[in-house]
Design a protein around this ligand. Structure first.
Ligand code: FAD
Length: 380
């Protein structure tokens, strides 16, 4: 019997688990390695911070899904991979051999070494730690009107988080709410259409978020802007993009220039035919695309098909990621911005759309039996 190891229960692997629950794959032992028994859905985290969701609405319990799929779950985190010897090692010292390996562990966070030294640092990844840290920080922030929170990073996650927490703090503390700053060299939402950026700037102004369009670093006096101005924030939320997990460098896998796993069409490693990867931990060499949940979700069906093909000794089927994707960006209150290539719109309708898509996506994994599930994608 061949052994397939699924490392991480990220977006693409949720789909693989569901596919296994619908139709078991014969002659295969499937092992899932996951550090947590649940997967927090990042797309709903800004809505949770804003106070629109309870945390359990944003969470997919993994164990019932794995059980329905006939998959053995190993609680732990991969901390080493020997691709040539076909084994992964876990933090607790165990090793697991595989015939075929699929990696969907997400990535770490790319951070200035200086910013990483900040005593009030809350990195957005891993999401489990961020959610735990934010839960502890919120009451402290609400009881200290002089506090200031800085969000570093002007991508979709940074903008949504700055807006969500400014809205939440303002709603709970009124005009005396702690100040929120968004620091992003190059401005917010680079790469999105001008109309989207304009709407985001207006939303930031409306929520009272101070925008600093400079890189920040950790200088002699603490956090400071590139112009040398101090940024005296007690809390710093780092949403500064993805970085490869430490253990990839010595894995023997071919890596892309960004240090992530180099995969080709079919999400197959370009160096090891029995290794597949999807989501933020992988970079498509032939068709580069943004790191986002939308692409991680879309890779699920092809990953599932190609893992079966690899186990049967067949070459992978090709898959072309979409060139552009729909983003629905929450702006604090129950409103959102639509970003689709050059198209921009915003309002309550966009929030209702996002909320409907996200809840429908989560329902697929929150309720057994998995056999009822369909391949819906999240809002982006
Ligand atoms: C606040 C926030 C909001 C966002 N909003 C959006 C959005 O609206 N739309 C969008 O498209 N993107 C959004 N993103 C980006 C999106 O979260 C990521 O691109 C997406 O989560 C990547 O999915 P993934 O499957 O690669 O990994 P993840 O979703 O990170 O899942 C990785 C899984 O692997 C597990 N894992 C981690 N390390 C290990 C290990 N060593 N061994 C085993 N398992 C491990 C984790 O516990 C987790 O279950 C947002 C990000 C953040 C931080």
């Amino acid at each position: 019997m061949k052994r397939l190891v699924l490392a991480g229960a990220g977006h693409a692997h949720l789909h693989v688990l569901r596919a296994l629950a619908e139709t078991p794959w014969s002659g295969v032992e499937v092992v899932l390695v996951t550090p947590h028994p649940r997967q927090i859905y990042s797309g709903m985290v800004p809505g949770w911070i804003a106070g629109h969701y309870h945390l359990d609405e944003c969470v997919a319990p993994i164990l019932p899904l794995a059980q329905a799929a006939g998959v053995r779950t190993v609680q732990g985190a991969v901390c080493g991979l020997d691709a040539d010897r076909r084994s992964v090692s876990l933090q607790d010292g165990r090793t697991i051999a595989f015939d075929v390996l699929s990696l969907d562990t997400g990535a770490g966070i790319a951070m200035d070494a200086g910013v990483a030294r900040h005593p009030g640092l809350l990195p957005v990844r891993p999401l489990e730690s961020f959610v735990a840290q934010w839960t502890q920080a919120l009451p402290m922030l609400l009881s200290d009107v002089h506090a200031r929170v800085a969000v570093v990073g002007g991508g979709a996650a940074g903008v949504e988080l700055a807006l969500a927490l400014a809205y939440r703090l303002g709603r709970e503390s009124g005009p005396a709410a702690p100040r929120v700053t968004l620091a992003c060299g190059g401005g917010p939402l680079r790469g999105h259409a001008r109309g989207v950026v304009r709407r985001a700037r207006a939303a930031l102004a409306q929520q009272g978020v101070e925008l600093i369009e400079q890189r920040v670093s950790f200088g002699a006096s603490g956090l400071e802007t590139a112009a040398g101005e101090p940024l005296a924030a007690a809390w710093v939320i780092a949403a500064t993009g993805v970085a490869p997990p430490d253990w990839l460098a010595a894995s023997g896998l071919a890596l892309a220039p960004d240090g992530l796993i180099a995969v080709g069409q079919g999400q197959q490693s370009v160096s090891h035919a029995n290794v597949f990867a999807a989501g933020d931990v992988a970079s498509r060499i032939d068709a580069p695309h943004a790191k986002s949940g939308v692409y991680a979700v879309r890779a699920g069906p092809v990953l599932s098909r190609n893992l079966q093909r690899a186990l049967a000794g067949h070459p992978p089927a090709p898959y072309q990621p979409q060139r552009r994707s729909l983003y629905l960006l929450a702006t604090g209150p129950r409103e959102a911005i639509v970003s689709w290539g050059p198209f921009a719109a915003s309002g309550r309708f966009a929030w209702r759309w996002k909320d409907w898509i996200d809840r429908r996506f989560m329902r697929q994994y929150q309720s057994a039996p998995a056999a009822r599930c369909r391949g819906d994608a999240p809002s982006g």
